[in-house]
Design a protein around this ligand. Structure first.
Ligand SMILES: C[S@@+](CC[C@H](N)C(=O)[O-])C[C@H]1O[C@@H](n2cnc3c(N)ncnc32)[C@H](O)[C@@H]1O
Length: 306
C-alpha cells in the first residue's frame, strides 16, 4: 500500500470488514464448484494475515483445489515458510524488483531490504518450496539497469525470474507509458548476454512468455500486459480481502460477495450469481488501453492483488 494512502489517510480496513477464514472458505467452495482449480493468495501482503497457516490448511483441503500458490514480498517467510509448507501451500512467488539495495528501497517506499528478501527465499528453499517464481516489475530509469544482475543471480538456482512490464493498475502509482520498458527490449538485452530460445511447450492461459537459457541454466519469463495484452486468454477472477469480486485487474467496480454471504444466502444462489457475473464479463482493458479514455477510478493494486 503506497505510504501516502495509509500514512496520510489511514485506510487500513477494520478486522470486521475482512472476510473471516470461514467466509473465505465458503466462497472458495463456490468457485471450485464452478470449475476453479487454481487459487493464488496475494494482497496487500498475505503474510501479514494472522493465522495464515490455518487458513491455508483449510483452503488446501477443499476438493477441486489442485494448485494453491501465494505471491509475497517474502519478508516474513523465515518464520512462516515451514508452517505454510506443512499446511499445504504448493507454490510461492516472491516479488523482488532489484538486488541493488538502494534501488530496492526506492521502489519499496524505504521499507525492508534485499537481504531480508533473500533470507525469505532461503527459508522457502529450506522448507521445501523447490522452484520459486521471482516477480520483477521493471520501470525505466528506476531499476532497468539492475535487471541483468538479478537475472544472473537466479540463473542456475532453479527459480525463474519473470520480468513484468510496469502496469497502470489503480491510480496511485502515477503510471505513464514512458516508464514502461517493453519486454522486447529486455529480451534483447538478456539474449545479447546469454543465448535464449522460447520454451517449446507453453501452457494455455499462461501470463508469462517463457524462454530457456541454451546453456541449461533455467528460464526467464516476460509478462507484457502493456505491449502484448492477453485479455482474450485471461481466466482470472479476483476477490479482495473484504469480499469484493472483480473480473479484471483493471476494474473500477465489483460485486460485494461479503454482504451476500453474511445475509445467509445459500451456496447455490452464490453459484448462480457468480456464473452470471462471469459469463457476462466483457473486460478487455489492456487491449483498449490508449484507444479509449482509461477512467480515473480503477481499484488500487493493494486491494486487488497482482
Ligand atoms: C501487488 S503484489 C501483492 C503481493 C505481495 N505484497 C508482494 O509484494 O508480492 C503482487 C504483484 O504485483 C506486482 N505489481 C505491483 N504493482 C505493479 C505494477 N504497477 N505493474 C506490474 N506489476 C505490479 C508486484 O511486483 C507483485 O509481484
Amino acid at each position: 500500500m503506497p505510504a501516502e494512502s495509509f500514512e496520510g489517510r489511514g485506510i487500513f480496513l477494520p478486522p470486521g470488514r475482512l472476510l473471516s477464514d470461514a467466509e473465505l472458505e465458503q466462497l472458495v467452495r463456490v468457485f471450485t464448484s464452478l470449475g476453479v482449480h487454481k487459487l493464488r493468495i496475494t494482497g496487500g501482503e498475505p503474510l501479514l494475515r494472522p493465522g495464515l497457516p490455518e487458513l491455508v490448511r483449510s483452503l488446501a483441503a477443499i476438493d477441486g483445489i489442485d494448485d494453491l500458490a501465494m505471491t509475497t514480498n517474502a519478508m516474513l517467510l523465515p518464520g512462516l515458510a515451514l508452517p505454510l509448507k506443512r499446511a499445504g501451500l504448493g507454490r510461492i512467488t516472491v516479488s523482488l524488483d532489484s538486488l541493488d539495495n538502494s534501488v530496492f528501497r526506492e521502489m519499496s517506499g524505504g521499507r525492508g531490504s534485499v537481504q531480508e528478501v533473500l533470507d525469505g527465499i532461503t527459508a522457502a528453499e529450506v522448507a521445501g518450496f523447490g522452484k520459486l517464481k521471482i516477480n520483477t516489475v521493471v520501470q525505466k530509469s528506476i531499476n532497468d539497469h539492475t535487471v541483468l544482475d538479478l537475472v544472473d543471480h537466479f540463473r542456475g538456482s532453479g527459480h525463474t525470474v519473470r520480468l513484468i512490464e510496469f502496469m497502470d493498475v489503480g491510480n496511485l502509482n502515477h503510471w505513464s507509458r514512458e516508464q514502461v520498458v517493453p519486454s522486447a527490449t529486455l529480451l534483447k538485452t538478456i539474449h545479447d548476454r546469454w543465448d535464449l530460445k522460447p520454451v517449446s511447450n507453453p501452457l494455455p492461459g499462461e501470463t508469462a512468455r517463457r524462454y530457456e537459457f541454451l546453456d541449461g541454466q533455467g528460464e526467464v519469463g516476460f509478462i507484457s500486459s502493456i505491449t502484448e495484452p492477453f485479455c482474450g486468454d485471461c481466466s482470472r477472477a479476483r476477490l479482495t480481502a473484504d469480499g469484493v469480486f472483480y473480473s479484471c485487474l483493471f476494474s473500477s467496480s465489483g460485486t460485494d460477495l461479503r454482504g451476500l454471504v453474511r445475509s445467509g444466502i445459500s451456496e447455490g444462489q452464490l453459484e448462480e450469481l457468480v456464473t452470471a457475473l462471469w459469463s457476462g464479463r466483457d473486460d478487455r482493458y489492456s487491449e483498449l488501453r490508449g484507444k479509449e479514455s482509461p477512467g480515473n477510478d480503477k481499484v488500487e493494486m493493494f486491494r486487488m492483488g497482482g
